[in-house]
Design a protein around this ligand. Structure first.
Ligand SMILES: *Cc1c(COP(=O)(O)O)cnc(C)c1O
Length: 385
């Protein structure tokens, strides 16, 4: 890439192997409910070490099925994080239940277990854990809270593909965990997801729910429950098989790029690099924080003017228009979540980013911050005279 070519926010790795496997599926004419989906599921179960993996059409679909399997309905509450992609709260609404947002930890950006426990009411039925930005939530503490209060758990690990807590893979803690494979994720099937579980009964139920409620014995056109069409096609699964084959390389590449970013960002006044704590992060985005005096939109504008994509990321869920208008949420409800959400900025981040591109982004961030601060000081000076 030339020095001033635009740098996108994300870019999947797609190579000859993806094309070869997709082509093989197309030639086989077995485009859905075929052996490639089964192979994709088996590869996940083996990699993570769960008894089962259920492929589905998106991370959202997988989360919806897991919550549906808990039998949630109107009047029930599910505790979750507002510092997440909107899908993780929407799936609670799909079941008729109400999302209750617990405050997050200012370092990890994940739900604070004490806040989760404080949010429990007689109506609480489940906890929906989110591992945001690929850093694992306090899973053991949350599992303990759920056990003591008799609550279900579903884990949205969509941003923490192949992640772990203390070396134990997410998905192996006794509750189902879901990955999403949209094109900006660590691994993609274009659209898709997978549910990981050790529970044989839940596995059979999820297989049925994702496939129109088909009877558990697989009898043709016998539908024993109300289900969904949340199947992953074999065409998408073929991309996924090729992607799992290169997953170690992709994860290492992301960690390396993140390391370069972390070093450079630590030297830029006005930026707080991403948190590095006791747990391993499965690197999904590179989203450091800007100092509160900085105008994030103005900085994004300056980066975009240089061909560098950047986004305010993540907007908190409870302040989305739909959640304000239909569910009465208001600014000020979650001070920590809102402050994080107002200051994090997603920068270009993908496996095949070059060192020169990382340098170009960091130089541009530094210049944008300096220009903003000079402008702000200039304006004050102008008023003073
Ligand atoms: C990507 C993502 C999902 C699922 O997204 P899909 O596009 O439905 O695959 C869910 N939750 C979070 C936090 C995500 O980042």
């Amino acid at each position: 890439m030339s020095a001033d070519e635009p740098i996108p926010l994300a870019r999947p790795v797609i190579g000859d192997r993806e094309r070869e496997l997709v082509d093989a599926v197309l030639r086989s004419r077995q485009l859905s409910l075929g052996p490639t989906v089964t192979r994709f599921e088996e590869m996940w179960a083996e990699r993570i070490g769960t008894r089962h993996a259920v492929a589905c059409s998106s991370g959202t679909a997988g989360l919806h099925c897991c919550l549906h399997a808990l039998g949630l309905g109107p009047g029930d509450e599910v505790i979750t994080s507002s510092f997440s992609f909107v899908a993780s709260a929407n799936v609670i609404l799909y079941t008729g239940a109400t999302p209750v947002f617990a405050e997050v930890d200012p370092l990890t950006f994940n739900m604070d277990p004490a806040a989760v426990e404080a949010a429990i009411t007689p109506r609480t039925k489940a906890i929906l854990i989110v591992d945001i930005f690929g850093y694992p939530a306090e899973v053991p503490a949350l599992v303990d809270i759920a056990r003591r209060h008799g609550l279900g758990i579903v884990e949205d690990a969509c941003q923490s593909i192949d992640g772990d807590y203390d070396g134990r893979k997410l998905g192996t803690f006794g509750h189902p965990a879901v990955y999403g494979f949209y094109a900006n994720k660590q691994l993609t099937t274009a659209e898709g997801g997978v549910i990981l579980t050790d529970d044989d009964d839940l596995y059979r139920l999820l297989k049925s729910l994702t496939n129109q409620g088909r009877s558990d014995d697989g009898a043709w056109l016998v539908h024993s429950r109300l289900g969904f069409n949340y199947r992953l096609s074999d065409v998408h699964a073929a991309i996924g098989v090729a992607q799992i084959e290169r997953l170690d390389w992709m994860q290492d590449a992301r960690a390396r790029i993140a390391g370069l970013y972390q070093q450079r960002m630590a030297g830029i006044d006005g930026v707080t690099p991403m948190y590095e704590g006791p747990q391993r992060r499965s690197w999904f985005v590179y989203a450091p924080r800007l100092a509160p005096d900085l105008d994030r939109d103005a900085i994004i504008g300056r980066l975009e003017a240089e061909g560098i994509s950047a986004k305010p990321y993540l907007p908190c869920i409870h302040l989305q228009p739909y959640y304000r208008d239909e569910h009465g949420h208001r600014p000020g409800e979650l001070a920590v979540t809102e402050a994080i959400s107002a200051s994090t900025i997603a920068l270009p981040f993908f496996c095949e980013m070059t060192d020169a591109q990382v340098d170009r982004v960091c130089d541009a961030v530094q210049r944008a911050i300096q220009a903003e601060r000079a402008g702000a000081t200039g304006a004050v000076g102008a008023r003073a005279t």
